[in-house]
Design a protein around this ligand. Sequence first.
Ligand code: FAD
Length: 323
Amino acid sequence: MSVLVYAENTDGKFKKPVYEVVSYAKAIADSLNTSLAAVSIGDVDEADLAALGSYGASTVLHVTSEQLRQFVNQAYASVIAAAADKLSADVVVISNSFSGKGLAPRVAAKLNAGLADGAVELPQVDGGKLTVKKTAFSGKAFAITELTSAKKVITLNPNAFELRETGGSAQVEAFQPTVAQGDLATVIEDIVRTTDKVTLPDAEIVVSAGRGLKGPENWHIVEELAEALGAALACSKPVSDAGWRPHSEHVGQTGIAVSPNLYIAIGISGAIQHLAGVSSSKTIVVINKDPEAPFFKVADYGIVGDAFEVVPKLTAAIKARKG
Ligand code: FAD
């Protein structure tokens, strides 16, 4: 029995959600009195793989193959399931990232495992049962899910668990499972990036604005604040519907779900459909001229004021602090 974590890389590098998921999986392994192993697919430096040990992984299975150079859900899920079989892992933990959302149900189906997606805290362990608190209904509620099957798959929301450095270095082993031809039926020929800025799902800080900004010509105040903070830009649905901003920035129930460390909402009323995609952000700051705006009910910090006065002052203050 052991716990396995999938360490997803982006262009050969691990990002913060990987260390979070390793820390989280290590805490589960500790409560089950077992060890933690990781599986990594693709070209990643050996030193970076071994560094997963500093968050608690004792072994890293490293899979490199020409066939797996591009991310293909079915093939990657087969590899993760094969790694779980090899290590007799009972619990597999995956980040609830874009790719994790596609991988986890496939891995669970292959292992005949129960799945809890979008965990927000450590599970309670009771014998062979894990009770997992997770987001439900696009983040509008929490569900308490009991995983009673022998094998279990859990995905962890980004920013839901703090990094825990344990020290140490993982042993890296090459692993070459056979991938069935059927799992390689999708071939990704090329990936064309549409932006070199911080992407929304990866962003630790998101600056988001709504109809209170009055029109696209005023977005420079939002962009300047985002730039000062190194944040990604987001917007409410009517803003992208009106063509003021691209649809790729639309967050909420029908847009992208984000869970950054800091979400700054400017001139957004806080409709339930908007909150559905942002309410698991760690800290929410709301700037709105209407003190009755519903967004203030979920805000950690609220500024009642005119965005056109408040935002430039905030940007200037942040720039001044940075020197
Ligand atoms: P408004 O509701 O018009 O609010 C503008 C806010 O700006 C107000 O609170 C106002 O007080 C404030 N304001 C005005 N001027 C200023 C100023 N100068 N300074 C500061 N504040 C100011 N919406 C989403 O965002 N995401 C979704 O995914 C989504 N999905 C939906 C799905 C369905 C099925 C439906 C029916 C709706 C959905 N919506 C979604 C729409 C949602 O219900 C709201 O209509 C929308 O979020 C409102 O956008 P808003 O807050 O930008 O605009």
